[in-house]
Design a protein around this ligand. Structure first.
Ligand SMILES: [Zn+2]
Length: 396
């Protein structure tokens, strides 16, 4: 999903309000922290993770002029579409800043470090109409160049006022750094990388996969990260794809992704976990031909499809792919769509288990997931087809 600037920009209108010091009670943990500890291996709630990082950092940001290396990074908001906020993301340091905006390298890091990476980046923002992007303009052109670069470039930002450090109190929102309106932005030169160019054309990957020979077994892959459990099932069929995510905290889904319609896009399950959670499922699928409409789970769907088709193209095989994800309560905040892409890339690097039928594969899957086999079958178009729809050839 694209950056959510809504809340942060909304809270900018408080200029001129006098702030008194707040005295807080001595407890270090709030009720949410205690809840997170009870339900997962995490220590603190999203707000406290963010508050700690925010308090510890960014004295360097108390200025209107900032020189630093852009890691490189550019953000595009979605509030007010098609007139959205765009701008560069720059840390107040020069040199090897690449890791700050290269989620490929964040795998295995905890929430503390991920928030820390994000909060080290200042965002200078300006408003732009996305439909005018092709017309360019000085700022848009510079941003497009920066977005295509992989090596850090020296940048200089002039802001109309010192940046605000905003603690976004919504526990669910993605971590973002301090922000300020942009007066001007300049960037040096760097090379454009073909890895990024390739990613622009990931739509070609399924087409390539469709030309490879089929696998001849059922394969199950698994991976865990940040209290998400991922399972990938590859089937000996022509290319088709499904992505389903099961949210154990439906509230987190509803508040983090306002584009998702909780009434029409989401399916309820009958499963109730031992600690009382009743997960909801959000998913979509496509058959041999690519889909024409935007998938309901948005960016996660396309990230998953990219990871699968990339893998199949690498092993030069074709398969059907059912990709499933359980999101448990220890996933205290969404960290970005990179989490799905990189977790699934990691998943396909693990050793898979082989089976000779869908049911045998699903029996194994139910030893990995909390939600029983039945719960997945009820909500999966591809599993329903496999279980209940016999092929025409069987009637001949
Ligand atoms: Zn807390």
């Amino acid at each position: 999903m694209v950056s959510t600037m809504t809340g942060m920009l909304g809270s900018l209108g408080t200029r001129g309000v006098r702030h008194d010091r707040i005295v807080s009670t001595p407890e270090r943990l709030c009720p949410m922290c205690k809840r997170v500890q009870r339900l997962s291996g995490e220590e603190r709630c999203a707000i406290h993770v963010k508050a700690t990082t925010l308090a510890a950092h960014h004295k360097e940001f108390d200025t209107k002029q900032i020189s630093g290396s852009s890691p490189p990074g550019v953000f595009v908001g979605r509030f007010g579409y098609p007139k959205v906020f765009v701008g560069p993301m720059v840390p107040p340091i020069s040199g090897d800043t690449e890791i700050l905006d290269t989620p490929e390298w964040w795998m295995g890091k905890g929430f503390d470090e991920i928030v820390d990476f994000r909060y080290s980046l200042l965002r200078g923002y300006s408003k732009a109409n996305v439909f005018d992007a092709h017309k360019g303009g000085k700022l848009i052109e510079t941003l497009q160049e920066v977005a295509m670069m992989t090596k850090p470039v020296d940048t200089e930002l002039v802001l109309t006022r010192p940046p605000r450090k905003i603690l976004d109190l919504r526990e669910d929102s993605q971590p973002f750094g301090p922000i300020a309106p942009l007066a001007s932005f300049q960037a040096g030169n760097s090379s454009v990388d073909d890895r990024i160019e390739k990613a622009f054309y990931d739509g070609d990957l399924p087409a390539r996969v469709r030309q490879h020979p089929l696998i001849d077994d059922y394969r199950v892959y698994r991976y865990n990260y940040l209290d998400n459990t991922y399972v990938g099932i590859l089937t000996p069929e022509s290319w088709r794809f499904e992505w389903i995510e099961a949210w154990f905290e439906p509230e987190l889904l509803a508040t983090s992704f306002p584009d998702v319609n909780m009434a029409t896009d989401v399916e309820n399950t009958n499963y109730v976990s031992p600690d009382g959670h009743r997960p909801v499922m959000l998913g979509d699928s496509e058959d041999f031909r690519n889909r024409k409409t935007y998938a309901k789970p948005g960016g996660c769907y396309y990230s998953a499809r990219l990871a699968v088709s990339e893998y199949l193209d690498t092993i030069r095989r074709q398969a059907g792919a059912i990709m499933l994800r359980e999101i448990h309560p220890g996933y205290i905040m969404p960290v970005g769509v990179w989490n799905v892409r990189e977790s699934l890339r990691a998943l396909f690097k693990t050793k898979f288990e082989q089976f000779d039928s869908m049911d045998a594969a699903m029996n194994y899957v139910s030893t990995i997931f909390e939600i029983p086999k039945r719960g997945w079958i009820e909500n999966s178009a591809m599993l329903q087809k496999a279980y209940f729809q016999r092929k025409i050839s069987e009637f001949n």
